[in-house]
Design a protein around this ligand. Structure first.
Ligand code: DGL
Length: 268
């Protein structure tokens, strides 16, 4: 029989540091778990890359993480989920938790009957997103806004800065004009810029992200698979990019200086 996996870390991955907004919620709910966070900085942003490329890359990442010995995998990236979750599930023998834009709770919460969705071009163009809206938001108006450049701007500037301001000035206008009172942050990078986003919308507009829902889902999966606990709250961060420069961005966003290792799934 295989040795029990309960003390092994849980892997979390994103194109970059957006998934840290999810990791924060995971660690709060599951403080006894160890996490291995992988930022695929070398290929950031995912949002404008061809679907076939992303699918292959994400399946490779998941396979390399499984070989590393993690006990579960959280896809902390809406774009990766939209294009590759099914392929990852088919190819990877691990419990997998994926996330998708919070269209369902937004459609339940809106009072104006208009919700806004901010996400990457690739997420909004996906069949998975079309099905999500079809299943849960047919009774409301859904205004989508692709935000090319925003994830990179957040990695470069943190929570706010001239580039973020320039992009948000343009991206928030249609949502505010349409009367959306609930805005879905459909990319895990965007919660970092929540204050800058909120400033451009009428007071009282609600912003939704899915970090906590993902944490609850992961907890359920661990309990169902008898894999909970066993860690010590340890966190390892890795990047396919240049660790020194990614470390500076982690510090700016996360507020703590943390070491990063270089890790390349294609060679693991
Ligand atoms: N954080 C990713 C997401 O949730 C995408 C950012 C990007 O690489 O374009 O969609």
């Amino acid at each position: 029989m295989d040795a029990p996996l309960d003390h092994h870390p849980i892997a979390v991955f994103d194109s970059g540091l957006g998934g840290l907004t999810v990791l924060r919620a995971l660690r709060q709910r599951l403080p006894g778990e160890d996490f291995f966070y992988f930022a695929d900085t070398r290929f950031l942003p995912y949002g404008d890359k061809p679907e076939a490329f992303l699918k292959e890359r994400c399946v490779n990442i998941a396979g390399a993480l499984a070989r590393r010995g993690v006990k579960a995998l959280v896809i902390a990236c809406n774009t990766a989920t939209a294009v590759a979750a099914d392929a990852i599930r088919a190819a990877t023998p691990l419990p997998i938790v994926a996330l998708e834009p919070g269209v369902k709770p937004a459609a339940a919460l809106t009072k104006t009957g208009v919700i806004g969705v901010l996400a990457t071009t690739r997420t909004l163009a996906s069949e998975r997103f079309r099905r999500l809206v079809e299943s849960h938001a047919r009774h409301v108006q859904v205004v989508t806004q692709a935000c090319p450049g925003l994830a990179d701007a957040i990695e470069a500037e943190g929570a706010d800065g001239p580039l973020i301001a320039h992009l948000l000035d343009a991206y928030m206008l249609p949502l505010a004009a349409a009367g959306a009172d609930v805005i879905v942050l459909g990319c895990t990078h965007y919660p970092w810029a929540a204050a800058a986003i909120a400033r451009r919308l009428p007071a009282g507009t609600r912003l939704l992200d899915t970090g906590e829902a993902v944490a609850r889902q992961l907890e359920r999966r661990l309990l169902a698979g008898e894999l909970p606990g066993g860690g010590a709250g340890r966190l390892t961060l890795a990047t396919s990019g240049e660790p020194q420069s990614v470390m500076a961005t982690v510090h700016r966003l996360w507020g703590e200086k943390m070491p990063l290792e270089h890790w390349e799934p294609d060679r693991s």
